[in-house]
Ligand binder design. Structure first.
Ligand code: 3HC
Length: 692
C-alpha cells in the first residue's frame, strides 16, 4: 500500500490503495486518517477528494478477514474515521469509480458530497454476511434517500447502479469520460459556487412505515436492521448510532455471521489453484462450442449466451438440435413473460447461440464442452472426433457426472487439455461448476476455466477425477443414510422435514424424486457392485422397480396429485416400507429430528473428510463451497465441514465411534485425517492439501 498524497488545483486527492478491492483494513484506515490530518493542516488545500485505485472499486467495505480480530476495531475504527471526515472543516468528496459497498459506501456517506462514474455499483450488502451496516449506514442512508428505499436496499443487500443512485439522491452527479479529471472539475465548480461542508445528519428523517418481514427474510440480521432503521425515525441520531454499533458487534459474534463469512471466503478461495507455479496465465477463450443439444447441452449453451459469449451448439441429430433450440427459445420467452428479460435481450441471446450439425463448423473454437449421452463408448467417438477436428490449442471438456476423466483424456492426443466441466441442472440457474482435473490436465487449463467460472457467474471448484467427484459422492452417502433412517423407523416425510427445518432447501428424498428415481436407481446398481460393503436400504429400489419415476412421473417416494409439485405422503409407499421392514425383521423405532439431522450431517462430513484424504478435494472450504452452491445446504450453516468444526471435532469422533460400534464399521470409522486434525486442534474447513 502506498501512502499517496497529491494536491491538484487546491484539491487533495486521497487514494484508497489496497488492491484488489480497497477493503478498509486497519492499515488503510490509518493511512487515510493520517493523510486527512495532513490535508487539514495544508493551507494550499480547498477540498479533499477520496477515490479508489484501479477503477475496479472505490471500496468493497470493511476488511472481512479482520472480523473477530483486534484489527477490526484498532484505531482509527471505520466509524471514527468517518466521524473525522464528517467533522472536517474542508469539504470532502467521495469520487466513486466501481464498487462502493458496505463500509465503502458508509465512508462515502460520511463525505459531504458524492459523485460516481457510470459503471459504479453502490450498496450495503452486509445482510448477506449476517450483519447490518455498522459504520453509520442504517442512520445516514435513510436520511439521504428516505426510510423506505434505504430499508429495502439494506434488506435486499442488492447494489444499485449509478443512474439509480442519482435518482435516489445517493450521489450528487454521475460523470462520464476521464472520471478522475471530471471529478476534479466537478468539485472545483462546486467550491467556486460557494458550497462546501454539508453534514448528512442534520437532515431530518421522514416518518415512513416499514413493510413487514416475510418468513423468508426474517433472519436475525433482518430483524436487527429493522430495529435500527426504526430508531432512525424515532431516536436522536447519536442514540440510534449507538444502537447500530452495539447491534453490529453482537451480530459479528453470531454463529450465523461466522458461517456466512466462511461461505464468502470459501467461494473465493476455491478459485485459486493450490501449488500453482507463479506466472501461470489463463488462455484466451473467445469461441465456445457445446456438443449435444439435450437438456444439459442446451442449458450450458444458455449459460454462455447469458454471459455475453457467442456459442456454437452442435448436435449431429437434426431432431435433437431442433428440440434443443426450441427449449432454449421457450426458456427465454418464459423469462420475458416473468419480466426478467426484455424481448430484445431474449432475442439477442437466442441469436448468440448458433446451431451446427457438423464438427468442421466448430473446429476453431477455443473450448468445446461435450454433453452427450453418459456412456463411455459414446464419449469415445465424440472425443476421438474432436481431437481430430479441433485446432491443436482447443480445450476439450466433458460434462460427465460419473465417468473417469482420465479414460476420456485417453481417447485424445492432448490429455493435458482435457478436463471435466460438471454443470448442474438446470445449468443456467445452478451456481456450482465442478472442474474435474485429470492426471494430465495442465495448470494453465485449470486456471483458464476457474476464470471462466467467474465470468459465467458460477462458483468453480476443482476436483480430481473419482467416482461422483466431490458433490455426488457426498450426496450419495447422505441419501443412503436417509434411506436407512426410513428403514429403521422414520417416515420419508419426517426425514425430509427434519432436514428442511434445519435449513436445507429441500429434503433428500424429495430431491431424489425431483432428480428422477430411475437415475438414482441405475447409479445404485453400479455402486452395489463397486462398494459391496456399503449397505443401502432396498425399499428405495422397490419403489423404482414398481415403475415409479419420481416427480416427472407424478409418483415416486411421494404422490404428486394432479400434476402438483408438492409431495404428499402416499399410503402405498408406507405399506411398501412396512412390508420391507417385516421381511427384514426390522422393528421400527422412533427418531427425533435431531438424530436424523445429526446422522445425515455426519455422513456428509465423513465422506467430505475422505475426499480430502484422497486428494480429490483440495481444501475443506472447497467441500463446503460445493454443498452450498450445488446441493441446497443452508448458507447460514456454512457448509458440512464448517458445521463439523463448530460442533467440535472430538465430539464428531465420539459420535462416529458410537455409530461404528452400532452399525457399519468401515463407513463410520473416524478417518485418520480427522483424528490428526482434532489432535492438533486444527479445523477441517481451513484444511488445505498439498496441491500438485
Ligand atoms: N474484505 C476482504 N476481502 C475482500 C472483500 C472485503 N470486504 N471484498 C472482496 N475481498 C477479496 C476477495 O476475498 C477476493 O480475494 P482473493 O483475490 O484472495 O480471492 C478479492 O477481494 C476479489 O474479490 P472477488 O473475487 O469477489 O472480486 P469480484 O470482482 O468478483 O467482486 C466485489 C468484487 C463485488 C467487491 C465482491 O468482492 C464483494 O461483494 N465483496 C464484499 C462486499 C461486502 O460484502 N462488503 C461488506 C463488508 S462488511 C462491512 O463493510 C461492515 C461495515 O458495515 C462496518
Amino acid at each position: 500500500m502506498t501512502n499517496m498524497y497529491e494536491v491538484r488545483a487546491g484539491i487533495a486527492l486521497l487514494t484508497l490503495d489496497n488492491p484488489p478491492v480497497n477493503a478498509l483494513s486497519h492499515a488503510l484506515r490509518r493511512s487515510l486518517a493520517e493523510r486527512l490530518a495532513r490535508c487539514l493542516a495544508d493551507p494550499s488545500v480547498r477540498g479533499i477528494m477520496l477515490l479508489g485505485t484501479g477503477g475496479r472499486a472505490f471500496s468493497a467495505g470493511a476488511d472481512i478477514s479482520e472480523f473477530d480480530s483486534p484489527a477490526s476495531q484498532a484505531d482509527p475504527s471505520l466509524s471514527s474515521l468517518i466521524q473525522r471526515i464528517k467533522n472536517s472543516s474542508l469539504p470532502v468528496l467521495a469520487a466513486i469509480d466501481g464498487h462502493a459497498l458496505g463500509g465503502g459506501l458508509e465512508l462515502a456517506l460520511g463525505c459531504h458530497w458524492r459523485v460516481a462514474s457510470g459503471k459504479s455499483r453502490l450498496g450495503l450488502p452486509e445482510i448477506h454476511l449476517g450483519l447490518i451496516p455498522g459504520a453509520g449506514g442504517t442512520q445516514r442512508l435513510p436520511r439521504l434517500i428516505g426510510v423506505k428505499p434505504a430499508y429495502e436496499m439494506m434488506l435486499s443487500g442488492r447494489p444499485v447502479d449509478a443512474e439509480r443512485a442519482l435518482a435516489l439522491g445517493l450521489v450528487d452527479g454521475v460523470l462520464e469520460g476521464d472520471f478522475r479529471e471530471q471529478a476534479i472539475h466537478w468539485f472545483l465548480a462546486l467550491l467556486d459556487s460557494g458550497r462546501g461542508v454539508r453534514p448528512s445528519r442534520e437532515q431530518p428523517v421522514a416518518e415512513d412505515a416499514l413493510p413487514p418481514l416475510s418468513d423468508r427474510t426474517s433472519t436475525h440480521a433482518a430483524q436487527a436492521l429493522r430495529r435500527c432503521v426504526e430508531a432512525s425515525i424515532h431516536q436522536p441520531f447519536d442514540v440510534a448510532l449507538q444502537l447500530e454499533r452495539e447491534t453490529f458487534a453482537t451480530l459479528e459474534q453470531s454463529a450465523q455471521s461466522a458461517a456466512l463469512r466462511h461461505g464468502f471466503f470459501a467461494e473465493r478461495r476455491a478459485s485459486h489453484l493450490l501449488g500453482l507455479e507463479a506466472g501461470t496465465r489463463p488462455l484466451p477463450l473467445r469461441q465456445i462450442a457445446v456438443v449435444g443439444a439435450g437438456t444439459m447441452g442446451s442449458g450450458i449453451a444458455m449459460c454462455f449466451a447469458n454471459a455475453g459469449f457467442a456459442v456454437s451448439l452442435l448436435d449431429v441429430n437434426p431432431d435433437s438440435l431442433a428440440r434443443g433450440l426450441s427449449t432454449i427459445r421457450q426458456t427465454y420467452e418464459d423469462q420475458v413473460r416473468k419480466g426478467r428479460l426484455s424481448v430484445e435481450a431474449a432475442e439477442g441471446r437466442v441469436r448468440q447461440i448458433e446451431p451446427h450439425s457438423g464438427f468442421e463448423a466448430i473446429a476453431d473454437a477455443d473450448l468445446v464442452i461435450e454433453a452427450v449421452f453418459e456412456e463411455l463408448a459414446v464419449k469415445q467417438t465424440v472425443f476421438e472426433t474432436l481431437d481430430r477436428v479441433m485446432k491443436p490449442s482447443a480445450l476439450l471438456a466433458s460434462n460427465t457426472s460419473t465417468l473417469d476423466i482420465d479414460s476420456i483424456a485417453g481417447f485424445t492426443q492432448r490429455p493435458g487439455q482435457v478436463l471435466g466441466l460438471h454443470f448442474f441442472s438446470p445449468a443456467p440457474v445452478m451456481r456450482l461448476l465442478e472442474i474435474v482435473r485429470g492426471r494430465a490436465t495442465r495448470d494453465d487449463v485449470l486456471v483458464t476455466v476457474l476464470d471462466l467460472a467467474k465470468t459465467l457467474g458460477k462458483v468453480g471448484v476443482v476436483a480430481r477425477s473419482g467416482d461422483g467427484f466431490i458433490g455426488n459422492r457426498m450426496w450419495h452417502q447422505y441419501l443412503r443414510q436417509a434411506s436407512l433412517l426410513v428403514e429403521e423407523g422414520a417416515s420419508p416425510m419426517q426425514v425430509d422435514r427434519a432436514l428442511q427445518d434445519w435449513g436445507f432447501a429441500m429434503g433428500p428424498l424429495r430431491v431424489a424424486d425431483l432428480a428422477g428415481l430411475d437415475v438414482g436407481y441405475s447409479i445404485r446398481q453400479r455402486q452395489y457392485r463397486d462398494y459391496p460393503h456399503q449397505r443401502w436400504s432396498g425399499w428405495l429400489d422397490r419403489i423404482s422397480e414398481a415403475g415409479r419415476l419420481g416427480l416427472k412421473g407424478g409418483q415416486g417416494i411421494y404422490a404428486y396429485p394432479e400434476g402438483s409439485r408438492q409431495p404428499a405422503e402416499d399410503p402405498v409407499i408406507q405399506a411398501l416400507i412396512d412390508e420391507f421392514r417385516r421381511e427384514h425383521g426390522v422393528v421400527a423405532r422412533s427418531f427425533s429430528d435431531e438424530e436424523i439431522v445429526s446422522r445425515c450431517l455426519d455422513a456428509l462430513s465423513v465422506e467430505g473428510i475422505r475426499l480430502l484424504e484422497e486428494g480429490i478435494a483440495q481444501r475443506g472450504s472447497d467441500v463446503d463451497a460445493v454443498f452450498l452452491n450445488g446441493y441446497g445446504f443452508p448458507r447460514a450453516q456454512g457448509g458440512p465441514l464448517f458445521q463439523a468444526d463448530q460442533a467440535g471435532l472430538p465430539a464428531l469422533i465420539s459420535r462416529l465411534k458410537l455409530r461404528a460400534a452400532e452399525s457399519e464399521v468401515p463407513f463410520w470409522t473416524p478417518p485418520r485425517l480427522l483424528c490428526n486434525l482434532a489432535q492438533r486442534g486444527d479445523s477441517l474447513s481451513a484444511y488445505e492439501g498439498e496441491g500438485r
